[in-house]
Design a protein around this ligand. Structure first.
Ligand SMILES: [Zn+2]
Length: 166
C-alpha cells in the first residue's frame, strides 16, 4: 500500500516553504547569528511572515526565528490566533518556541534538523497538559541543508575563537 502520509511530508509546497526558511537562515549566517530561519504560511499557502534568528542582535533569547516570525504573522493578521497556519523552521524548536507555536494555535509544524540539546523534545512536550492540542509535527524536511548551514556557522566560530586565542 502506498504511504500517502509520507508523500504529504515531501509535498513540493513544503519543500518550497522550507527553502524559504533556509534562505532566512542564510541571512542570519551573514549577520553572524546562529543560522536558523522560520516562515509562517496560511492555509492558502500565502507566506505571512519570514524571520531569522536575531538573538545576538537583539541581545535576548526571545529573538529566536520562530518568535519573530509568529509576531510578524500575528501583526499581519491582526490576531494571535494562527489557526490553520503552518510554520516551517530549519531547526527543531526549543521549548519556548514550541510553547509559542502551540499557544498560537498553529496547525502544522515542519522542521529541518533535529536538535538534541536545545530541542523541545517534542515527543514529551506534546504530553504536556498546557499544550495538549492537536498539532501535526513533521521533522527532517530539508534536514541535510538545515544541518549543513549550522555546521558551517559553528566551524567558522571555532576558527574565530582559535584566532583570538592564537
Ligand atoms: Zn526557540
Amino acid at each position: 500500500m502506498k504511504d500517502t502520509n509520507k508523500d504529504t511530508n515531501k509535498d513540493i509546497n513544503n519543500i518550497v516553504f522550507m527553502n524559504k526558511a533556509l534562505k532566512q537562515a542564510v541571512v542570519a549566517l551573514k549577520k553572524n547569528e546562529v543560522p536558523i530561519g522560520a516562515v509562517v504560511v496560511d492555509k492558502n499557502g500565502k507566506v505571512l511572515a519570514r524571520a531569522y534568528n536575531k538573538t545576538e542582535n537583539n541581545g535576548c533569547q526571545a529573538g529566536h526565528a520562530e518568535v519573530l516570525a509568529i509576531q510578524k504573522a500575528c501583526k499581519k493578521l491582526g490576531t494571535w490566533r494562527l489557526d490553520d497556519c503552518s510554520i516551517y523552521v530549519t531547526l527543531e524548536p526549543c521549548l519556548m518556541c514550541f510553547g509559542l507555536v502551540q499557544l498560537s494555535r498553529i496547525k502544522n509544524l515542519f522542521f529541518g534538523a533535529s536538535c538534541g540539546e536545545f530541542g523541545s523534545g517534542i515527543g514529551q512536550a506534546k504530553e504536556h497538559k498546557l499544550y495538549f492540542r492537536r498539532i501535526n509535527i513533521i521533522g527532517g524536511l530539508k534536514e541535510i541543508e538545515s544541518v549543513d548551514i549550522l555546521k558551517k556557522f559553528f566551524k567558522s566560530l571555532r576558527k574565530t575563537k582559535k584566532k583570538k586565542k592564537g
